[in-house]
Design a protein around this ligand. Structure first.
Ligand code: HEM
Ligand code: HEM
Length: 167
């Protein structure tokens, strides 16, 4: 089996993650950058917190499948760069999720259900994790743009890379 052959579980989790990450990046940035009403800000923030918290266990499964994939297949000479960038996407996504949870200055509420108590109360630490969340989401946004542009470039060059991520 070729390294680029992904399992059905990896493909399903890729598209689920892509949807949740793209949505949270776009909605989170719009709320942060534009002058939206207080009601819209609260609604979008609560929705994003719920979606991304529910996403955490799926992300953990995806990391396990990725590690298994990397252990199983031998990589060709030209594959180190995409492999490195994909691993970097995993690492930065993990940082975004951890800093998101740790920066919370109130309990995490998932669609009306209280999921955890506030984990950190020290205001200095909370500010630090907030800044780290902003910086890591900016870095993730950059990597996602790079990733999508790379896919478009390959597809336009006749390399049907999207087939690898299709069932
Ligand atoms: C419209 C958006 C997207 C398209 C068209 C797309 C397409 C693809 C394709 C074709 C591959 C296979 C590349 C290869 O085997 O060399 C891939 C892999 C990958 N993509 Fe995306 N992608 C999108 C969004 C995202 C997003 C938002 C993320 C997460 C931030 C992401 C993370 C990854 C990762 C980590 C891999 C490596 C394979 C894996 O472990 O699942 N992608 N993507
Ligand atoms: C893939 C996961 C995530 C993505 C892509 C994401 C994305 C973002 C973005 C783009 C912002 C705006 C940043 C800015 O002010 O410049 C933001 C803010 C925020 N995020 Fe996340 N986030 C994720 C996970 C989480 C998690 C797991 C939590 C908590 C459980 C969380 C809680 C928050 C909160 C409360 C804000 C608003 C901060 C404020 O009011 O300034 N995020 N997120």
């Amino acid at each position: 089996m070729n390294h680029s052959k992904y399992s059905s579980a990896q493909i399903a989790l890729h598209w689920l993650s892509a949807f949740i990450i793209l949505w949270s990046l776009i909605a989170g940035s719009c709320v942060a950058l534009f002058n939206v009403s207080e009601g819209a800000r609260l609604t979008f923030t609560a929705l994003n917190i719920s979606l991304t918290t529910l996403f955490i266990p799926f992300f953990v499964v995806r990391v396990c499948l990725r590690v298994n994939h990397l252990c199983k297949y031998k990589f060709g000479a030209g594959e180190w760069l995409p492999t490195f960038v994909h691993n970097l996407i995993y690492l930065v996504t993990a940082i975004v999720l951890v800093t998101g949870v740790l920066m919370m200055n109130r309990p995490i509420v998932v669609f009306g259900w209280s999921a955890t108590h506030q984990l950190i109360t020290n205001p200095h630490l909370l500010r630090g994790f907030h800044a780290a969340h902003q910086q890591s989401t900016a870095m993730l946004g950059f990597l996602v743009v790079l990733h999508v542009l790379a896919v478009v470039k390959h597809e336009m060059g006749g390399n049907r890379i999207l087939k690898r991520m299709s069932f």
